[in-house]
Design a protein around this ligand. Structure first.
Ligand SMILES: [Zn+2]
Ligand SMILES: [Zn+2]
Length: 236
C-alpha cells in the first residue's frame, strides 16, 4: 500500500495554493477538541479562530494522532493515517476520511499483521487479515508504529518529553504533569530501535561488507519509491 511509504501529505503541494485554502495559515499545537491539539493549516470559522483547513495532524495527549491531507472547516476529508499507543496497544491505519468519517478501505496494522477494513461512513463493515506486516517498526522514543521509509524530516510525528518525570510526576522540560500530558512537549522524527549488536565477530572487514549490504538494502527500495513518486498520495 503506497500510502504507508510516504508522508501523509506534502505541505507545499500546489493543491494548498488553491482558492479554497487562500486564507489558511500555518498554526502549531492549537487546541482542537478535548485534550487535543492541531498542527497544520487553519482558518477562522464560527467553530473557532483556528479551525483545521488544509493539511495537518491532530494529537491527543494520551497517545493518538491523525494526520490528514485535507481538513475542511475542521473535518478530515481526504487520505491520511492514524496511529495510537493508547492503553499500551500500538496500532496504526491508512485510508481516507470522507466528511470526518472513515470511508472505503483502510489498512490496519497491529500485532505484526496487516488487516484490510471496509468502512461505510464511519461504520466498520468487515475486517480481514491480509498479511504479515514487514514495513513498520516501533519508535524507541514514543512507542508509535512507523515506516522508516516515510520517517523523513519533512514531517516530525514523534512526540516526547525531553526529560523524565520527577518525583512529583511532573516533567522538568515543560512542567506538565505525567497524569495530564504523558505524550510530550517536543517533536522530532521517530527513532529506530538499535539493531542487535553482531555476535562473536568484532572489527575486521566483515563489518564494513555488512554495512555496505545494509546500505544497498535501504537504498534500493528508497529509489524505487522515489521513482514511483510519492506525489499524488493525496489522490490515490
Ligand atoms: Zn516516535
Ligand atoms: Zn515536556
Amino acid at each position: 500500500m503506497r500510502q504507508m511509504r510516504c508522508q501523509p501529505y506534502e505541505r507545499f503541494d500546489k493543491f494548498y495554493e488553491g482558492e479554497e485554502f487562500a486564507d489558511a495559515l500555518f498554526t502549531e499545537l492549537v487546541p482542537w477538541g478535548k485534550d487535543q491539539t492541531f498542527t497544520g493549516l487553519t482558518h477562522g470559522t464560527p467553530k473557532g479562530a483556528h479551525t483545521p483547513h488544509g493539511w495537518g495532524f491532530l494529537e491527543h495527549h494520551e497517545g493518538f494522532m491523525q494526520a490528514c491531507s485535507v481538513w475542511l472547516d475542521g473535518v478530515a476529508d481526504g487520505p491520511g493515517m492514524w496511529a495510537s499507543t493508547m492503553n499500551g496497544v500500538e496500532q496504526c491505519g491508512y485510508g481516507t476520511w470522507v466528511q470526518g468519517k472513515r470511508h472505503g478501505y483502510f489498512a490496519l496494522v497491529k500485532e505484526g499483521g496487516t488487516y484490510i477494513e471496509e468502512y461505510e461512513t464511519g461504520e466498520l463493515k468487515r475486517r480481514i487479515k491480509w498479511r504479515k506486516d514487514k514495513l513498520h517498526t516501533k519508535c524507541s522514543r514514543c512507542g508509535m508504529l512507523f515506516v522508516p521509509l516515510a520517517n523523513t524530516a519533512e514531517e516530525k510525528f514523534c512526540r516526547y518529553h525531553i526529560s523524565k518525570p520527577d518525583y512529583d510526576g511532573r516533567y522538568p522540560c515543560c512542567g506538565a504533569l505525567h497524569a495530564v500530558n504523558p505524550r510530550g512537549c517536543a517533536t522530532s522524527m521517530h527513532v529506530e530501535p538499535l539493531p542487535d549488536p553482531p555476535k562473536g565477530r568484532r572489527g575486521g572487514g566483515r563489518v564494513s561488507v555488512f554495512s555496505f549490504l545494509d546500505a544497498l538494502c535501504v537504498l534500493v527500495p528508497a529509489c524505487f519509491v522515489s521513482a514511483m513518486g510519492c506525489k499524488g498520495a493525496r489522490n490515490p
